[in-house]
Ligand binder design. Structure first.
Ligand code: UDP
Ligand code: MG
Length: 336
């Protein structure tokens, strides 16, 4: 009797969520830092895409410390369009944390993360939603072509994605940026991860579930300048490696082992040659010693640097600082 009552109660609570008559909602998460020329165009193009879809649209704009006309535009849009939600972070926390804020607070049955500069074409969202309806939880958009980026950045990105996929224990999708769709299940899984150094591309692959890809051509930025100069991209790559791979640590281990074996081997070899076969040259000792000192101290610094990277991460994690702070939002912003 008691059990039945409980089941009935549970059903009545669950029912409103399960009604199929209501449209599903897709949140479009847009982190932005000074993108005033791009936001209105992005808004128009996304809205147009959803006109031909049965899903409802929710915009979640995250202001990551802009100081141009971006935020006023978003506030204006929110005042006239109830689909527009916004989160203003208290300062610039960086792209990955801005995305995290959007993922934490969005209310959709699925969410698409998209850059504000229209390098990711909103029209691809329709393809992603098709995959989502087929039952996929993570739909990575893979760049089949990159327009408007420097040759060096493209080359380094190409090499990085391939090295990275060899180095990590999780299988990562090559050439996928942050443009992806996440089902509610995937969102909840990602939201349950408290880690500070959030390499979203890695985390999205790490959670598993049903993953797939759609291809798209990455356009050039519509307006404004990149907020990811090469040096920041290298920082992101370093973060990705140290957060997701123990390979650098293993590398030191093998390198150290190899070096010990080699130096002992060469020592024995030279001892035999110089004592039993021929006499040693006068300056050989000093030359070799100098080179060896330079080599070993350089190597030590390199290895300590790698260890330092990991230590820094441990240090950051144990502080358990909130990932971001919200200044204002029209979403239910209790969690942060
Ligand atoms: N962005 C952000 N916070 C930052 C840097 C960038 O929210 O600290 C946003 C930016 O406005 C854009 C997206 O992240 O919507 C990607 O940045 P960008 O286009 O500059 O990077 P790129 O495509 O050149 O790698
Ligand atoms: Mg861009």
């Amino acid at each position: 009797m008691m059990q039945r009552l409980q089941a009935a109660l549970l059903n009545s609570i669950m029912e409103p969520m399960n009604t199929d008559s209501e449209n599903k909602r897709v949140s479009v998460i847009v982190p932005f830092l000074n993108e005033q020329e791009n936001l209105p165009v992005l808004y128009e193009r996304c809205a147009k895409v959803f006109q031909s879809l049965e899903e409802d649209l929710e915009f979640v704009f995250i202001d990551d410390g802009s100081n141009d006309g971006s935020l006023p535009w978003v506030l204006q849009a929110a005042a006239t369009d109830p689909r527009v939600k916004y989160i203003q972070l208290s300062r610039n926390f960086g792209h990955q944390r801005a995305i995290t804020a959007g993922m934490n607070l969005c209310t959709g049955d699925a969410a698409v993360i998209i850059d504000a500069d229209l390098q990711d074409p909103p029209e691809t969202i329709a393809d992603m939603i098709v995959k989502w309806k087929e039952g996929y939880d993570v739909v990575h958009a893979v760049r089949s072509e990159r327009k408007g980026e420097t040759g060096l950045k493209k080359f380094l990105a190409h090499v990085f994605y391939r090295v990275m996929s060899k180095m990590t224990e999780v299988q990562m999708t090559v050439d996928a940026g942050d443009f992806r769709l996440l089902s509610r299940k995937a969102l909840d899984a990602l939201n349950s991860m408290p880690e500070q150094h959030r390499y979203m591309r890695g985390l999205a692959s790490w959670i598993g579930f049903n993953q797939t890809t759609v291809e798209y051509v990455r356009d050039a930025r519509l307006a404004g300048v990149t907020k990811y100069p090469l040096i920041k991209s290298i920082g992101l790559a370093l973060n990705a490696i140290t957060s997701f791979s123990g390979t650098p640590l293993r590398f030191i281990f093998y390198l150290g082992g190899l070096l010990c074996t080699l130096s002992i081997g060469i020592g024995i070899y030279l001892f035999i040659v110089w004592n039993f076969i021929q006499t040693s040259p006068a300056h050989a000792g000093t030359t070799y010693l100098t080179l060896a000192i330079f080599f070993v101290s350089g190597l030590q610094m390199f290895c300590m640097g790698i260890l330092g990277q990991y230590l820094r991460r441990v240090f950051d994690e144990i502080k358990e600082r909130p990932l971001y702070l919200i200044k204002q939002t029209n979403l239910d912003g209790a969690a942060s």
